[in-house]
Design a protein around this ligand. Structure first.
Ligand code: GRF
Length: 202
């Protein structure tokens, strides 16, 4: 079983998709859920599944990223999944878990990413650009927002959609498929980085 931690900031529908994926049931165990808030809906979901939750940050009652690094070594966390986590992961922490942190982004990177590009900001920018397709991207996390190597992408035709909200709805459906897909591939040891590109074995 691959020991996984999921980082969240709000609703937790991607966490739910991972917890409920039949393919992941015997492959991974989510042993820590981390958020940048003291509480959020995703924490409630984690507690329902008896998963320990940690609030990370500099505020009182929160653990620091340094402390989290130690905790994760004790828990033997092998994969970190950012699923709607809004804060930038500090460089030291990224280097400590190099190529073991992935993020889901609700658009087709490298477009519509970067600082401030999260949630409805992304879908509004996509809508106003008049792009005809959008989608979801899962990528490795490096030291800056949304720039790590891309592992998988899926697109959706948005040419007939009438609002950013409609785009968000369609993209979220894809997120709930692509994230468990990538986590499954990682758990099965089917993702490689060679010749500067990520290769996903079928
Ligand atoms: C998702 O759209 C994710 O791609 C983005 O934030 C949203 C989180 O949704 N980065 P949820 O908390 O998983 O429901």
């Amino acid at each position: 079983m691959l020991a996984v931690s999921v980082f969240v900031s709000g609703r937790g529908s991607n966490l739910k998709a991972l917890l409920e994926s039949p393919e992941l049931k015997n492959l991974i165990k989510i042993t820590a859920v981390v958020g940048d808030k003291i509480n959020c809906a995703a924490f409630d979901l984690a507690r329902k599944f008896s998963i320990p939750v940690y609030s990370v940050g500099n505020k009182e009652g929160f653990v620091s990223f340094n402390e989290l690094d130690k905790i994760f070594n004790e828990l033997k966390i092998e994969l970190i999944v950012l699923a709607g986590f809004l804060k930038l992961i500090p460089g030291d922490f990224v280097r400590s878990f190099r190529n073991r942190i992935i993020n889901i982004h609700p658009a087709l990177l490298p477009s519509f990413g970067g600082s401030g590009m999260y949630g409805m900001n992304v879908h509004r920018a996509v809508f106003e650009s008049s792009a005809q397709v959008s989608g979801a991207t899962v990528h490795f996390v490096d030291e800056t927002y949304d720039t790590g190597k891309i592992i998988a992408q899926r697109c959706v035709d948005i040419s007939e959609l009438k609002s950013p909200e409609e785009i968000a709805e369609q993209v979220l459906k894809i997120e709930h498929q692509i994230l468990p897909f990538v986590v499954e591939k990682i758990a099965l040891g089917k993702i490689f980085v060679d010749n500067k590109r990520v290769r996903v074995e079928s």
